[in-house]
Design a binder for this molecule. Structure first.
Ligand SMILES: CC(C)(COP(=O)(O)OP(=O)(O)OC[C@H]1O[C@@H](n2cnc3c(N)ncnc32)[C@H](O)[C@@H]1OP(=O)(O)O)[C@@H](O)C(=O)NCCC(=O)NCCS
Length: 164
């Protein structure tokens, strides 16, 4: 399995993979594949990594800029992240997330947020933080990983591509 940045010819495979992966996922509204397309169209895919096995895209993770009410820049949102259902629980999602976080840090990011299950994401260093909030979600599912210890925090807004 190889992880690399997406190429233009991967777009259709990423769309299909994301749609399939989220089809039966809890808390999904079934639009995650459209979010990836909109982020790409808007030039907001700061990082878009694919996992490739035998020439097929089997996993994908997207990172896009988020806004924080404090005005602080350098923060990104992780997601959507998808692995082909037949190949889940083999470490592909973890490998994509670890590579993405490492690449983000090299880009000079200050931190990363996501909406997800703490039971999964705490292994990558994500945790809930009362100083960083996302409207209308249970705070224990909105998680952050700071790359630098000093940040102001505030209310987070994802890229408009998330909202259709
Ligand atoms: C979430 C996802 C990307 C993880 O990829 P993966 O390749 O299956 O994950 P890994 O093999 O790296 O990690 C497997 C571990 O994650 C756990 N895990 C996977 N998805 C989880 C979830 N949604 N909640 C909690 N734990 C989860 C597994 O129980 C397993 O834990 P273990 O190592 O303690 O046994 C993949 O399951 C997926 O595409 N799910 C559908 C789409 C989705 O829900 N995306 C994330 C939305 S926040």
């Amino acid at each position: 399995m190889m992880i690399r940045p997406e190429k233009p010819e991967d777009a259709a495979a990423i769309h299909r993979l994301t749609e399939i992966a989220f089809k039966d996922a809890p808390h999904s509204d079934g639009t995650e594949h459209l979010i990836v397309d909109r982020l790409r169209m808007a030039g907001a895919l700061t990082l878009s990594l694919v996992a490739v096995e035998a020439g097929e895209v089997v996993g994908h993770v997207a990172f896009s800029p988020v806004q924080i009410s404090s005005g602080e820049d350098g923060w990104y949102g992780l997601g959507p992240v998808s692995v082909l259902p037949a190949l889940q629980r083999q470490g592909i999602g973890s490998a994509l997330i670890r590579q993405g976080l490492s690449d983000l840090s090299v880009l000079g990011a200050r931190g990363c947020v996501l909406l997800g299950n703490p039971g999964y994401y705490e292994r990558f260093g994500f945790e809930a933080d009362p100083n960083l909030t996302l409207a209308d979600v249970p705070p224990e599912y909105f998680l952050r990983k700071a790359f630098s210890p000093v940040y102001a925090g505030g209310a987070v807004t994802y890229h408009p591509g998330f909202y259709g």
